[in-house]
Design a protein around this ligand. Structure first.
Ligand SMILES: Nc1ncnc2c1ncn2[C@@H]1O[C@H](COP(=O)(O)OP(=O)(O)OP(=O)(O)O)[C@@H](O)[C@H]1O
Length: 262
């Protein structure tokens, strides 16, 4: 076997994401307090834990919105620990936010274009053609199809239901063709039927995309993932497949509430 091939094999078997002893401190508060994680390529992972456990702060550390105070983050063969978020996005990390981040008076198509070109509406009107070229148009169609809102391209965002807006956020995260997608409470505030739609969208994402999601709805989260990390007070409390997580005594204690005995 040639050395080139050996190197390639090592590369493809390397986990897509490795966190080593990551700390994010806000003054005296260690919101993330020494988290180490290994996420294999293509895995679907849920991060669960009670309010304030450090889940969103951990996402911010991975995506670059708030880089770690100390520790290492390795993504797809690169040490990204100190990179700004736009460089991490270029390397293939994409995310959605807990609170909608859309431009409500623009169309779905224009929101997608802004995301694709990494612009804000003002700059959008100043720079280049607002029309998508062939490559951009194809990526937008693919992302809208994956999010199941292909027929809404010309709709003004504020006229869409809240559930559709959450689907659009996923489409926006997909339009940059990420290798890893971080979804921060994708189903928060949705009705049961909107939740089922979001679950269907996540379930049918390209299996090559690694997906990490924060979700408070346990039924939804556990039905979508291969593996679960439960955080508590900034640390990893438990890691295991979804089958065991509900029965795990530590998880019951901190997250689900102590089991009631008859
Ligand atoms: N920018 C900040 N400045 C100071 N403290 C912060 C900041 N962001 C988060 N924190 C604190 O860090 C801790 C972890 O917050 P974080 O939002 O990461 O938790 P979470 O697990 O995502 O909670 P939730 O489920 O409620 O969204 C909390 O005590 C929070 O108040």
């Amino acid at each position: 076997m040639s050395p080139r091939l050996v190197h390639w094999e090592l590369f493809v078997s390397e986990p897509i994401l490795t966190l080593t002893d990551v700390v994010v401190a806000f003054d005296a508060l260690r919101a993330v307090d020494g988290v180490s994680l290994i996420v294999p390529r293509g895995q679907r992972r849920a991060i669960i834990g009670p309010n304030g456990a450090g889940k969103t702060t951990l996402f911010n550390a991975i995506a670059g919105a708030h880089p770690p105070t100390s520790g290492k983050i390795r993504f797809n063969g690169h040490d990204v620990s100190r990179l700004p978020s736009h460089r991490r996005a270029q390397l293939g990390i994409s995310r959605t936010f807990q609170i909608t981040n859309l431009f409500p008076t623009l169309s779905v198509q224009d929101n997608m274009m802004l995301a694709l070109r990494g612009l804000k509406p003002k700059k959008f009107s100043l720079f280049g053609s607002p029309d998508a070229d062939e490559g951009e148009a194809a990526r937008i169609v693919d992302a809208l199809k994956a999010a199941r809102i292909a027929e809404r391209a010309d709709t003004i965002v504020k006229e869409m239901s809240y559930g559709e807006q959450r689907q659009l956020e996923i489409a926006i995260a997909l339009v940059t063709t990420p290798t890893m997608l971080l979804l921060d409470e994708p189903a928060a505030g949705l009705s049961p039927s909107e939740r089922s739609m979001i679950a269907e969208v996540i379930r049918s994402l390209d299996p090559a995309i690694t997906v990490i999601l924060i979700e408070h709805d346990m039924d939804l989260a556990l039905g979508l993932v291969d593996y679960v990390t439960c955080m508590f007070e900034g640390r990893v409390l438990v890691e295991e497949p979804p089958e065991g997580i509900r029965r795990n005594a530590k998880v019951q204690e901190v997250y689900l509430g102590k089991p009631r005995h008859a």
